[in-house]
Write a protein that binds this ligand. Structure first.
Ligand code: AMP
Length: 355
């Protein structure tokens, strides 16, 4: 395969398009490209076409597939469109990590960071090494001295996660999962301190062109059934085990005096990612956090690409993005802006934001 740099050099930079998969945050990625005057290509599964065709005004070209796992087969078509592929939370999962990594199409962002994101242990290592406070982690040999959340590998949207308060309980549940085929081996699970506080998910954008980290917004995930159990009287809530299946997102702002910490974490993350996974974080990423009552912020995972929580701000922008940009700047548009400016500056700039 030609290197991504060689491919970009064959592109007509005045006629770049943005390509994405029809899922997750595709609508705002398309809309952002439109707002920045770029062409759009949507790879869409037949079964999803009806929905996306409602928004055909945002789409210049469809590439229709039976399944997103065929994305590799349509690479040549993407190259003919001078396409830059913008990955989102469904990309690695639906295309498959190996096919995703080897997709011979210029991609906005660092594809290795997205692969690390899928491995719970590597993911926590990057956060820890960045110097960002993370929840305590337990091995299966250790006694557990506080509530823990046990996480299974893979982007399962919180499915099968469970809470426990003792080592015996953790081992019993994991063995059950192994017997039922939900889990390959109990060592694959991550046992993490369950931090008490409120969740906040910080949306960042690292711009290699402007050489700065921007805080573009914050959201809270709306998770069933844990968020529903809060509404139930305690005697009813105690009859159910909480689950953490994300079904939506809610906007939030943080106390202004805490923004410095949020910014520090973003900068630390970018710095360490450049060291461990060059060229490092590029464009959108998210630090998923719990804020405690002493105002400390504990980060329990990251996403190395656009998160669906940014969908809240489509069109309008967030209170923070207004401060940077003084115009309605939402994540999909911010991505397209970076690509457009880099393309206008020439191929050596474009190379800074692609892998
Ligand atoms: P995740 O799939 O890792 O994002 O976790 C799903 C949900 O579990 C999160 O949105 C949080 O509500 C919750 N959660 C995950 N890790 C922790 C933690 N260490 N402490 C408290 N809550 C957590």
């Amino acid at each position: 395969m030609d290197s991504i740099k060689d491919i970009v050099r064959t592109y007509s930079l005045k006629d770049i398009s943005i390509a994405t998969l029809a899922s997750h945050s595709a609508l705002q990625i398309l809309r952002g490209a439109r707002d920045e005057g770029l062409r759009t290509v949507l790879i869409v599964e037949k079964r999803r076409l009806e929905l996306y065709d409602e928004f055909r005004n945002l789409i210049d070209k469809y590439i229709i597939v039976e399944n997103f796992s065929e994305t590799l087969d349509v690479a040549q078509e993407l190259l003919r469109e001078n396409a830059i592929f913008v990955p989102h939370g469904s990309a690695v999962e639906y295309v498959g990590p190996e096919r995703f990594r080897s997709l011979p199409v210029p991609m906005f962002g660092n594809r290795d960071l997205m692969i690390w994101e899928g491995d719970q242990k590597l993911k926590m290592r990057l956060l820890k090494d960045s110097g960002i406070p993370v929840p305590r982690e337990y091995s299966l040999e250790e006694e557990i001295d506080r509530p823990v959340i046990v996480k299974l590998p893979g982007a399962k949207g919180g499915r099968f996660f469970f809470l426990a308060t003792s080592r015996e309980e953790v081992l019993k549940r994991l063995d059950e999962y192994v017997r039922n085929g939900v889990l390959r081996s109990r060592e694959d699970a991550l046992v993490q301190e369950y931090v008490i506080g409120v969740p906040m998910y910080f949306h960042y954008f690292y711009s290699p062109i402007f050489r700065r980290v921007e805080i573009l917004g914050i959201d809270i995930r709306y998770e069933t059934n844990i968020d529903g159990l809060r509404r139930a009287p305690p005697q009813i809530a105690s009859m159910f085990e909480p689950s953490f299946v994300v079904v939506g997102n809610i906007p939030v702002v943080i106390r202004e005096k805490m923004l410095q910490t949020v910014l520090d974490y973003g900068k630390k993350f970018v710095r360490k990612s450049i060291e461990l996974l060059p060229p490092g974080a590029i464009g959108p990423f998210c630090l998923e956090s719990i804020v405690k009552d002493d105002l400390s912020i504990i980060v329990f995972e990251f996403s190395g690409r656009i998160v669906a929580g940014t969908n809240i701000y489509v069109g309008s922008g967030s209170p923070y993005s207004w401060l940077y940009w003084n115009e309605p700047m939402y994540m999909g548009r911010r991505i397209a802006r970076e690509i457009r400016i880099a393309a206008e500056m020439g191929v050596s700039c474009l190379e800074l934001i692609l892998t």
